[in-house]
Design a binder for this molecule. Sequence first.
Ligand code: KG4
Ligand code: ZN
Length: 340
Amino acid sequence: MSKDVYILAIESSCDETAAAVVCNGRTVCSNIIFSQIELHKLYGGVVPEIASRKHIEKINPVIKEALKEAGLHLQDMDAIAVTYGPGLVGALLVGVAEAKAIAYAAGKPLVGVHHIEGHIAANYIEHPDLEPPFMCLVVSGGHTHLVKVLDYDCFEIVGRTRDDAAGEAFDKVARAIGLGYPGGPKIDKLAREGNPEAIAFPRAKVEGNEYDFSFSGLKSAVLNYLNQCEMKQIEVNRADVAASFQYAVVDVLTAHAIKAVKEMGWDKLAVAGGVAANSFLREHLKKACEREGLHLYYPSPVFCTDNAAMIGAAGYYAYIKGARSGLDLNAVPNLKIGER
Ligand code: KG4
Ligand code: ZN
């Protein structure tokens, strides 16, 4: 029998300082996340300089904790995996510098991981049966992509947002109705008390690629609606606004994802990224997949939002395919998917 492969994974691309130990790409031995949300809340969004400074403060304790919780030592690791893009450059650099230092000092191979490929790989953790090829809807704070996962290390983008990411739209609309940061989970909760059909917000169609998305028009429609109410001195039902906005986003995401997976003749659809934690999106996708006879995969909420376990899962498949990064690995804030 071949030996188990242990990966120490590090993630610091935005406002979570995270480290994890993952065995054979699918078993999470530990998953430590220090969330900076409380710090950034004060400013209504992530402040890059504050994020970098906090990462520096937290990265060593978080890594120590990840090894301790796994009951393993650095010497037991087969490789060090780290997110090197996309993300905030100063935040990414903290994780990359740390991973390089550990890899050099411990004499371990280094594997740079794409953050979005990590989000996709989060689906492997709790679904031992899931193997490529499948379609993945990646919906996070910075990205909205429909991706063909052709193999563990082979991706093709089918559709992408032309403007705002889905999570960004959630955050902006949440701010407009006074819910604070991060808006996604707050809209998710408030929408449960509202009527998703109360206000007919637009479902954007974009010219050129039927799989592309656009959310900035929807965001403007919500802002216009709020302004109109204010001008006419009509009291806004915030739960209805949240539910109707959420429905407009989820409707378009679901329609594009189902169409894309069917066009490929595949029967597997996965969702990934922070917005994949949205309860209405999960419900809506579940119903649509049942109707179409498709298998739906999504990670538990803790593996949807930023974490290092997903980087360990993606890092494992890169590692066993022979991917290695040099000690000249740099942070790439706008790294494209599928690039190495
Ligand atoms: O994947 P993620 O943690 O970070 C990025 O890589 O961007 O995603 C964060 C985004 C935020 O915009 C947040 O509002 C959104 O995911 N989010 C949600 C939910 N939980 C997090 N959006 C809708 N519903 C949720 N339950
Ligand atoms: Zn992310």
